[in-house]
Design a protein around this ligand. Structure first.
Ligand SMILES: [Zn+2]
Length: 245
């Protein structure tokens, strides 16, 4: 009897409930369109640190969290992603062992071919690099034969860091540019689900245009590809290839 083929999948680890939209919405929609399941884990709702507009409306903590969850679910639906909320709290985000094991279990279940998460440094936001550490540490746990022995271990999905709000201060420099022109409308629609952060809609449209120009510049003028929108990523681990051409 032949084994059923594992559904191809990608995993996004987002510190707060909206990060995956600004920073990886294009990648999510793009891969979903290629038949790859996209799973997002929101470690927190970003209730304390990234929901200023909702607090100004006089909402309670529960209302803020619920609103953020609804927005994230709406955006994920537009992009075609499944979302898991771990509700670990933010500002500060603390990922304890129990949460790490939960994340490792998600890795084992999803068996992602690639992982998208935050930059490794961010002097403006301590939750973001903590999410990166958690994404990497849980990945390593999921690779260990001694963790839940007998289960299928995780292999070595590459980890890509998505663009932080202030790239230079975060020591983030893109070495991968993803053409998201075809799915830009979806990303913009998902961005607009984030009613609590309307001030960022145009900002992240400009970022996508900027990366689009950069992608076009790097793909070579003769390709004839009219890239307009892009997303930048930085790899943490080396890429393994058989040819450099
Ligand atoms: Zn965030």
């Amino acid at each position: 009897m032949s084994m059923p083929l594992q559904q191809r999948a990608g995993l996004v680890v987002s510190a707060h409930s909206a990060d995956f939209v600004w920073r990886a919405g294009g990648a999510i929609a793009q891969h979903r369109g290629q038949g790859i399941d996209m799973h997002v884990v929101c470690l927190s709702y970003g209730e304390r640190g990234e929901s200023a507009k909702l607090w100004r409306k006089g909402m309670s903590l529960d209302q803020v969290k619920q609103t953020r969850q609804e927005e994230a679910l709406k955006a994920a639906e537009v992009l075609g992603a499944k979302v898991t909320f771990l509700d670990l709290g933010d500002y500060p985000l603390h990922v304890d062992d129990e949460a790490l094991f939960k994340l490792a279990d998600i890795y084992r279940k999803v068996q992602p071919e690639f992982v998208l998460t935050h930059s490794q440094h961010d002097p403006y936001n301590y939750d973001h690099p903590r999410a990166t550490d958690a994404a990497q540490e849980a990945r390593i746990i999921a690779q260990a034969e001694g963790y839940r022995p007998g289960e299928k271990i995780l292999h070595a999905p590459p980890v890509f860091c998505f663009e932080p709000h202030q790239p230079e201060q975060c020591h983030w420099r893109p070495d991968v540019l993803l053409d998201i022109t075809e799915v830009w409308d979806k990303k913009r629609q998902a961005i607009e689900c984030m009613a609590g952060q309307e001030h960022l809609w145009e900002y992240y449209t400009r970022v996508a245009l900027q990366r689009g120009v950069q992608a076009k510049r790097n793909i070579g003028i003769t390709s004839g590809k009219d890239i307009q929108y892009g997303e930048g990523y930085q790899r943490i681990l080396p890429q393994v290839v058989e040819t450099l051409s």
